[in-house]
Design a protein around this ligand. Sequence first.
Ligand code: LFR
Length: 496
Amino acid sequence: QALARYIAVDLGAESGRVQLGTVAGGRVKLEEIHRFANGPVRLPNGLHWDVLGIHREILTGIKAAARRADGPIDGIAVDAWGCDYGLLDRDGDLLGNPFHYRDHRTDGVMEQVLEQIPAEEIYGATGIQFMPFNTIFQLAAHKGSAQLDAARALATIPDLLAYWLCGRLAGERTAASTTQLLDVHTGDWARELAVRIGIPAQILPPLVDAGTVLAPLRPEIAAESGLDPVPDVIAIGAHDTASAVVSVPARGKDFAYLSSGTWSLLGMELDEPVTSEEARAYNLTNEGGVDGTIRLLRNVMGLWLVQECRRQWAREGVDHDYDALHRMAQATPLGGPLIDPDAPELLHPGDMPARIAELCIRSGQEPPKDAGATIRTALESLACKYRLVLERIERVAGRRAEVVHVVGGGSRNATLCQLAADILDRPVHAGPIEATALGNVMTQALAQGKVDSLAEIREIVGASFSSDVYEPSTDRAAYEELYARFLSVTGLAPVA
Ligand code: LFR
C-alpha cells in the first residue's frame, strides 16, 4: 500500500490541534505538530470564535508539519464542532465574527420558531435533535441583522477554514447536517423550511460528500510552507463527531459508540434515518455520517461539566489538573448525589460547581462536599444518563449493542469508562483517544482512493491502536440501585 501523509486540523473546545497522519502498510500513525488554545472570545455582543487567530495557527501548523514530514504531504482537512458558521458577503468576504454556540443570543429562540412551525415537521424533514444552538436557531436569532441581510453564503466553521485554504466554498454534508437545515431523506438543503423561518435559502452553499477533493492548497500558502508538490484540501467528515465515529475500531454492526470529550455523543450507526414519533419524543438525532451512514445518537452534556468546574476553581485560585481531579473523584465512594447532566442550567459557561450543588439541593439531596465529590457526581450522573440514552437508542434502532466503544479524550478517563461499563452492564472498549483526527486523516485517504471503505478504515485503526477493555461489575444490585436512584431524583422516565 502506498505511503500517504495528511495534515488533520481538529478544532475542539479545549484546544485546536494540527496533526500529521501517515498511512502505510495497513497502519495509521499520528503525530501532534501544533496545539493552540481555542476558547471563545467575549465581545460586547456575545461569545465569538477567534477565527482569524485560528487561521493563523493553522498556517503555523501547516508550516511545522511540512518541516516535520519525511516526504510530500498529500492532503489537508479541517474538522470542528457542529452548528457554528460564518456569513460571507457578495465578494466572498467574511461578515463579522462568527458566534460561539454557547452564547446566550439563542435563548428562547427555539421555542419561538416551534410556535411557528411544529416540531414534527422540522424533525420529519431533518431528523435532527432539538438543541437551542442548532444553526437553524442561531440564524433565526440573526434575522433582521445587517450581516444576514448582506450575506450571500453560509459557511460552517470547517467549511470557512477550508475555503480560506483553497478558495472553494462547499457545504460538507456531515457539517451541513448539524445545521438542522438539511433534508435527511434527500441529502439536499431543506430550502422550503429555511424560507419559512426567514432564512434566505440562497445563502445555503453547494453540498459535497465527505471524501471529496476540494481544490489544491492556495499556491501562496504552499510556497510559504515549502510544500511542493501542492497538497489537496479535502472535504472529510467536517463535523468532528462524524470523523470520530469513522475511526471507532468496531467490527460488524452490534456496537454503540460514545464519542467522549466536551460532549458525550452516544449512539449507534444506521443505514437509514429513523424519524418516527418515538425517535422525536426521545429527541434522538440522525446526523449525517461518512460513507452515507446515519448516526442515531443523543448529545449528553459530557466532560464540559468537569472542564467548567476546573475553570471555576482556577478562577477561585485553585488550579487542579484533570488527573488530580479524577484521582479525587475516584477516592470518593459511590453513592453521592446525582443530577440530570443535561439540565439546561449547565449549558453555558459559568460557576459549574455552584450550579451542580443547586441542582442537588433542588432535588432534595445534600450537595457534594468537596471538589472530588463534585466531579464524582458529574461522572456518575453522566454514566447513568448514558444508560437511559442507550436504552432509548436501542429501542428505536431495534437492536442491541453488545459492546460500547468509547473514543476521544474521555476514553482516557478510567473512572468514567468503568462507571459506564458498570451502569450499562456491558463491556466498554476505550480508545483511540485521537479518534477525530484519525477519522479526518483516514477520510482524506478514502478521498484519494488510498483506502476503499469505512470497514477498511476501521480495520486499519483497530490494527494501529490497542483498546483498554472495562468489564461490567458483577455486583449488579449496587448499580441497579444507583440507576434507580438517578431516575428517581431526576424524574426521568425509564424505557418501559
Ligand atoms: C461535539 C459536537 C457535537 C455537537 C456539539 C455542538 O464536539 O460537534 O456533535 O452537537 O459539538 O456543535
